[in-house]
Every structure is written in structure tokens, then in C-alpha cells.
Ligand binder design. Structure first.
Ligand SMILES: Cc1ncc(COP(=O)(O)O)c(C=O)c1O
Length: 404
């Protein structure tokens, strides 16, 4: 029967989106959403950044024409400067940039391009990591291997585990590195650990794909958060036989433009290689998949980044978001320590939007069933969902479920 192909196995719902739907359907008045990586203000509401609001006012009659396949040249110049710094255009880097359908689209475009042209034996992704890394690379037929990223014992980066795993990689294998504010652990490599990984990537001739979804959320300083990417780019620019680097850049979180799908992919080739061919092939993939990228969000970003006053306001907005998150971390720790008499310092020292609490799957189920507090089964919470109205309630609930 020709319709037999329709007898498909049921695909389990996406974990995070599934839990968010359950949260929405829960009528309990004290329910708390700690799932989505989307900023919420002190009243638990989505927040339009003042810099974004001001940029939209300037775009009072936005055009709805198509962008070119590679996107807006102005947006790409500013996006590139944001990742690599102002000195990027002085010619020492060999970079090709293309606008993408946000960070997910940038990761996907990199995967399609590299699977087709670099043909890596394996891609190494952190364990744990953002769930889409595995899905994206499996979808392009590359074998996914994991490197241990985090030690639950020390609550720190497992640098020994990372180096040991990458020692087994082969030339042209791909390694995915989260640039800052690691999702889901909230724990980043130190500068000296990044240097060790860079040395490994160079020595083993691996291709590094940086996923940069949280620039401005780790240290609150956009340049500080780009340190690892810039260090790798700098190292590569002096290495003739390196495989190359990509940066998948998202503007969802740092501009609060989640639904506008604003992103870019930057491809850096080793010196003495032209990126001309890369550009054409990236554009050919984009043309076949979505033809040209969304315009509106990119025009907001280029308006903000291209104007001194708006850019200063944006940096202020980043500070508003990251300092509220930091404040919530401090209060959560204090309340948890009151409730449990255990050490919860990791909740405060982790960075970015997420905290890897150490709560087990059983704790997570009980939190949801008995207290209507929703988090991922891994024990990851989005700190953005906390505010002064619910943080004490959440700590009390955690105290109850972790009682022995
Ligand atoms: C590590 C990481 N990379 C990429 C993304 C992509 O986000 P978006 O497609 O909204 O830009 C996310 C979103 O949660 C993320 O956490």
C-alpha cells in the first residue's frame, strides 16, 4: 500500500516545550515556570528591552521587501564586530558571514555545510548540552560523540574529561563549544582551560564550532563574554594547517528578540585560504532551505548596534537583565540554605540564565506534582522565572522534596 509510509512511530514531544505546555494548562495559582530560557521581569512578565523599543520607534515604516540571500550587509558587519571586536576589519581574520534564522539556524547551516564539505568522522558535543546540538547533527548524518563537560562532584567543568575525550578525536572532526554561559550547567571554562582546549583543537586539527547564544549574559560584558571566541580566532589566524572555526551567533536572548529569529553564522578560514567558495556554498544551502532570512529583527539589531546612544542603552539593558538574575541567584541560595542546611553556593556562582541545581528526576517530579514548580528533568532551572514573589515558595518546595 502506498500509504504505508504514514504508519509512523509517535515522536515523543520535545521535553522543554512539552513541560511548558503542561505549565500553561495547570490552573494552580502558585505555579512557577522555571523552564524556558527567556528573560522575565520582576513581575514574571516578558520584557521588551528599552533599546529595542527605541529602535522600533525609529523604524516607523519598516520595509517588508526581501533581504538578499546572505542577509543585510550592515547587520552582518555589526554582528561580526560584536563577536570579534572592532579590530576585526583590519584584515587579520579571514571571515565570511551570513545571516541566519537565529542561533538554531546558524547551528544547522554550519552542520549542513560541514557535513557536506568537511565530512567529519564525528562531531563532539558536550555532555550535557543544549538538546538541539544532538538533533541537528544527527539530522545531517554525522555520528555524534559526547565529551564529559561537567563534574557533579566538584560542580565544575570537567577539564580532564574534555581533554581526554578530544585526545581520541581525528583530524577534521568537529567539536561544539558553547562560547559562554553554558546551557544547561551555568559553568564556563576558565581562560587557562580555554587555552588548553585551543591547543588540543589546533594539535588534533579539529574544527571548532562555537555556539554563542548568551553574549552579555555571562559576565554582563559583551567583550568579556567573547573572550574564548576571540582567543580561538586569534590562534587560528596564525595557524596555516588548522581546520577552521565557525561561530553560530544568536540575538534571541541578548536582545529579547526570541520570536524574530535573528542570527548569523561566521566562518573563519585559516590564513592563505579564500572564503569565497565557502560564501557561495553557504548561500546555496540558505537559498534551498529558506531563500532569505527574516528582516525585521535584524533591522532592530542593526539600528541598536549602529547607534551610539542605543548601543549604550542596550548595554544598560543587558546589565538590568543580568543583575536581576544575579540577585535572584543570591536570594535563592540564601533561602535554600535556610530551608535545607546544605551548601547551595553553586546556585549563586553559576552564571547566565540557567542553574544546574543537582536536583534529581524524582525531586523534579515531586516539585511539579506537589508544588506546581516546573523545571527540566535534569534539574536545570531557568533563573529568569524567579522573582521576589515566588523565590521563597520555590526554596520551601525544594526544602520539602529534598528532606530525607
Ligand atoms: C546553547 C544554545 N544555543 C543556541 C540556542 C538557539 O536559540 P535561538 O534559535 O532562539 O537563537 C539556544 C537557545 O536556547 C541555546 O541555549
Amino acid at each position: 500500500m502506498s500509504q504505508e509510509y504514514l504508519n509512523l512511530p509517535v515522536v515523543p514531544a520535545d521535553t522543554a516545550f512539552g513541560i511548558m505546555a503542561d505549565f500553561e494548562a495547570d490552573p494552580h495559582p502558585n505555579k512557577v515556570p522555571l523552564i524556558a530560557g527567556a528573560y522575565r521581569d520582576e513581575y514574571g512578565k516578558p520584557w521588551i528591552l528599552p533599546s529595542v523599543r527605541m529602535a522600533k520607534e525609529r523604524l516607523d515604516e519598516p520595509t517588508h521587501e526581501y533581504l538578499g540571500i546572505a542577509g543585510s550587509p550592515t547587520f552582518l558587519r555589526l554582528a561580526k564586530e560584536l563577536v570579534f571586536g572592532k579590530s576585526v576589519d583590519n584584515g587579520q581574520h579571514n571571515i565570511e558571514s551570513i545571516q541566519t534564522v537565529s542561533g538554531t539556524g546558524a547551528n544547522h547551516l554550519a552542520a549542513v555545510f560541514l557535513a557536506r564539505h568537511l565530512r567529519p568522522g564525528r562531531v563532539f558535543i558536550p555532555n550535557p548540552t543544549w538538546v538541539n546540538h544532538k538533533s541537528i547533527w544527527e539530522s545531517v548524518g554525522v555520528t555524534v560523540a559526547e565529551y564529559p563537560y561537567f563534574s557533579p562532584v566538584t560542580q565544575q567543568v570537567d577539564i580532564g574529561g574534555i581533554l581526554e575525550a578530544l585526545e581520541h578525536a581525528e583530524p577534521n572532526d568537529v567539536v561544539i563549544l558553547q562560547a559562554c554561559a553554558h546551557n544547561p550547567t551555568g559553568v564556563d571554562l576558565s581562560k587557562s582551560q580555554w587555552m588548553q582546549v585551543a591547543e588540543m583543537v589546533q594539535r588534533k586539527k579539529l574544527f571548532a564550532v562555537f555556539d554563542s547564544a548568551y553574549q552579555g549574559f555571562a559576565t554582563g560584558d559583551v567583550d568579556g563574554d567573547a573572550w574564548a571566541v576571540r582567543y580561538f580566532a586569534e590562534t587560528l589566524s596564525k595557524t596555516d594547517d588548522a581546520a577552521g572555526i565557525c561561530v553560530a551567533q544568536s540575538f534571541s536572548k541578548n536582545f529579547g528578540l526570541y520570536g524574530e529569529r535573528v542570527g548569523a553564522l561566521h566562518f573563519i578560514a585559516p590564513p592563505n585560504f579564500s572564503t569565497q567558495g565557502v560564501r557561495g556554498h553557504l548561500m546555496a544551502i540558505a537559498r534551498a532551505e529558506y531563500s532569505n532570512p527574516p528582516r525585521f529583527g535584524a533591522s532592530i539589531v542593526e539600528t541598536v548596534l549602529g547607534d551610539e546612544t542605543l548601543r549604550a542603552q542596550w548595554e544598560n539593558d543587558l546589565d538590568t537583565m543580568s543583575s536581576r538574575i544575579q540577585k535572584m541567584r543570591g536570594i535563592l541560595r540564601e533561602e535554600l540554605e535556610k530551608q535545607t542546611e546544605k551548601d547551595w553556593s553553586h546556585v549563586e556562582t553559576q552564571i547566565g540564565m540557567f542553574s544546574y541545581t543537582g536536583l534529581t528526576k524524582e525531586h523534579v517530579t515531586q516539585l511539579r506534582e506537589d508544588f506546581h514548580v516546573y523545571l527540566l528533568p535534569s534539574g536545570r532551572i531557568s533563573v529568569c522565572g524567579l522573582n521576589e514573589g515566588n523565590v521563597e515558595y520555590v526554596a520551601r518546595a525544594v526544602g520539602e522534596v529534598t528532606k530525607v
